[in-house]
Structures are given as C-alpha cells and as structure tokens.
Design a protein around this ligand. Sequence first.
Ligand code: ADP
Length: 519
Amino acid sequence: SQVIADDDIAYIIHVTAEMAPLAKVGGLGDVVTGLARACIGRGHKVEVMLPFYEAIARDQIEDLVAVDSYSSYHRGEWVPIQLYHGNVSGVPVLFLEPKSNRFFKGTAIYGGSYDDELEAYLFFSRACLEWMQITGCQPDIIHVHEWQTSAVAMLYWDMYHHLSLKRPRLVFTIHNIEHFGECRVEQLDMCGLDGQSYRSIEKAIDERTVGHNPERLSLLKGAIVYSNAITTVSPTYMNETLCSGWISATLLKYRSKYSGVLNGIDTVMWDPAKDPYLPFNFDAKDLVGKQFCKHYIQRGLGLEFNQVPMLNPLTFSQNEKHTPLVVCITRLVPQKGIHLIRHAILRVAELGGQFILLGTSPNPSTQSEFQQLANHVSVLFQVMLLKLLLHAHTYFEALAHMLYAAADIVLVPSIFEPCGLTQMIGMRYGAIPLVRRTGGLADTVFDVDDQSKQDCANGFVFDGLDEGSLSSTLERAMSYYQQRPDWWLELTSKAMELDNSWDKSAGEYLSLYQSVRVR
Ligand code: ADP
C-alpha cells in the first residue's frame, strides 16, 4: 500500500443492511466488504455499521466486544440499544442491537413483512446517526446503500446536521434501481421526520404514484435528492437509468453528482491458485488443474460418459475433454433472463455440450419448472428458497467455487444487470463469459469477433431478448471451443489475467470521497 499524507486520509463509515460473508444476501454484501477492505489497504480509516441480525453467526466475528449502550428514537419512544465492535475479514464493524423490540430477529437476514422491514431499517438509519451524535464521531463520509439505509441522507441533512454533526458528507450507492424503498408518509414519521414535508416532487415523492391516491414516498428518491454524491455499480447501468425507467427524470436533474463505478471482485476469496474449495489449484500459466477440476465435477455430478471406465480419477477421455461445459450460477428471478436460461439448457444439450445450473428460486412455480426440465436434461438444480441460502451457505459457496473452476463457459443472459459479479468471477477461474449486452456486463465482456475491441476481447456477447440471438452466440462459442483448442486456451489465460479487483474501483471511490469531503 502506498504512503498518503495525513490530511488525505479519509474516514468513511458505511451504513448498510448487508456485509459479506456474515450477512450476505446478494452483491451488496460483497461490495461493502470488498470496497471497505480495499480502502483500508490504501491507508484509509473505514468502519461498517450493520444491524446485529440474530441470524449472524457470532463465531465468524473476531474480537467481538460490547462498546456502548444508548437509546434512539422510534415511534414516540427511546429504544435502548447495545452496540458491539468486532472485525470481519479485516474490516472493523459496529453491530447495533435493539434491546426491546423485534427488529432483526429470525433465522434469515431478510424475511419479515415489507412493513416490518421498512420500520426496522428506518429505526436502524436513525440509530446510526444518533450514535455518531452522542459519541461525537464525525467521519468525512457516510456511505449509504440501497433503500434500506436511504433515510440516513434525509435524517442527516434535516435533523442531525442541525444538531452537532457538521463534518460528514453523504455518498449514496444504488445497487439496483428497482428497489424503490416505498414508504408511506406516516411510516417516515416513525423515525422522527415530518413525513408530509417530503411529499413533493422536489423531495421524496415516488414518481410512479403521482396522481394516484394515496401518493407514496420513495426512500431511494429521497437519498438521490439529499446525497452529496450518487453512484451506481457500472457506467452502462448509469446510462440506462438516465435514459429510461421510473426515476430517470430525477437522476437527469442530479446528473452532475451521479457517476457509475464498476464493482470489483474479491481476488483473495476468488483465487484459483489458492482456493481451498478446489480439488486442484491452477493459474493462467498452468491450466492442467482446471482440466482436473472439470473432470472431477463431471464425474462427481454424474455427467461422465457411460462408455468411459472409471480408471484413475486423473485420467480422462478425449470425449470428456472436448465436451464444452457451460455453467450458470444465479438467483432464478426474471432479471436474470429465466426464459433464456431455459432455452440455453436445451440448446447446449442439443449441441452435445453439458450444462450445470446452480440456481436458487424464491418462486415455487419456477422451481418446479426447472425441476421438470432437469428430469429431461443433465441439470443439477438446487431447489432452495432464497432465504435458506444462508443456512446452506458453506455448501453452496463450495459448490459455486468448484463450478467456476470446472466451467469452460459461464452464462449470464440477464435482462438487466447493474454490474454482475459472476462474469468476473468466471473469468478469474478461466470460464469464458457468454453474456447479454446490458449494464455491467457490457462494461466487462467484449466479444472475440468485435473487430473494434480486439485488445480487450474476452468472451461472447449477444444483444436480443429473444432465444435466437442467444442460440447463435452459443453455437459460435461451442464451435470455437471444439475447433480451435489452442486459441481457446490462449483466450482462457488472457481472461484469467484481467484485473477486475477492487483495488482499481476503490481508487475511483476514493477520488469521489475526496471531491465531496470538507477540508
Ligand atoms: P446478484 O447480486 O443480482 O445476485 P451478482 O452477479 O452481482 O448477482 O452476484 C451473485 C453472487 O452470488 C456471486 O458471488 C455468485 O457466485 C453468488 N450466487 C448466486 N446464486 C448462487 C447460488 N445459487 N449458489 C451459490 N452462490 C450463488
């Protein structure tokens, strides 16, 4: 890490609903940990404030100690809180535990009714600021994420900044614009703000409800209006949100404080050369271990060819070697292109390849649809409710690592994708991405046949939402795999050597922090 002058050291507090690995549901948790760790690595001071969910495994926290007890306002009462401090993946974390209400209880991170969750996060948002106010802790930057902690921006500028918090400036990151943070006026009242006063187009009214009765607020919109800087997780997704969608007019109005910064991946956790989950390790210069991983998964999941006798597990037939293995690791929700995934499963089988889907679906009909499909094709399908994912975390995590290592192609046919991590993880493990050109996928994957992008060519890209566009690109990728083995190996090494680490993106966040902080 480089040496930085004292007055350039920034003090950043993330206020967030998720943090990997102990409270991770989706990409948000990965972003907070990865970004925090990279900023600490560059010499800055970073802390994370997180609800102390009952579901958190306390043994994953290092040096956990109770530090403060205090109270915060909610719904006409002062709720007692116990604050703990601990370290997670090298990042200092403050865990906030309400003592006298039901918030953040249960076996899952999310899972209450929407109203309960909304109330819990409004309480949490205020309680974080209340702690800063009481202790006199004044970071340069309060970084808030998604709708859950959006209310911090309004609470800060309309309440705590008039008390004694003067120094902090607010950075807000949108991870998914479809998470509106719908909120009724009287719900915002619960945290002590005057909900009615936010019911205007300039403030927090949800633009989708204008003209309807009753008009709702959107916490996400409130944070857009009230933050000093807004970011989203890729440049292309930023442009997409400016061009269309429910909040594009407001984002256009605040265009000058809005930017798109690509997420990185955690290159320590995702490292094929050292990954403890892999039966064989490998790197860009020596891909033999990758072949072994593929073989291991093929045999382990019963995808081996019947005619091959089970000899030494380290020998494999030419057939196995030359059969492309396509992998898709995803939540099975409409955003991820369910109809395209279904089509790809059939098409890959028809073209003589193999397909492994590791999917989780919150929807029983999607589950049974894929189960039926699985009865016809060689598909591994994990039927798990989304909220069960954390319980089965180790199992899923290990399997995901092995599948990236085994795959020749990783499929990401999303309808929209703010950033996407799976294509970047895939590349690091030598799985060539085949993606739809949208959001962060368009910023990280460049087609091998795109003459204008030859320097950065690293995968296969299609545009349409129809099955035809996907099909022709799949056919192209699979035929290159089979007909140009040496070229494919070179492509694999090149993809593995790309730098998609947090270090690069953290530099952009730090410039942004420096540009808005008070000197
Ligand atoms: P999103 O946050 O929308 O789910 P991302 O691509 O940003 O999508 O992040 C997905 C992360 O979750 C990746 O680390 C991926 O490996 C992991 N993941 C997704 N689905 C599963 C699953 N069914 N089992 C294990 N890991 C999964």
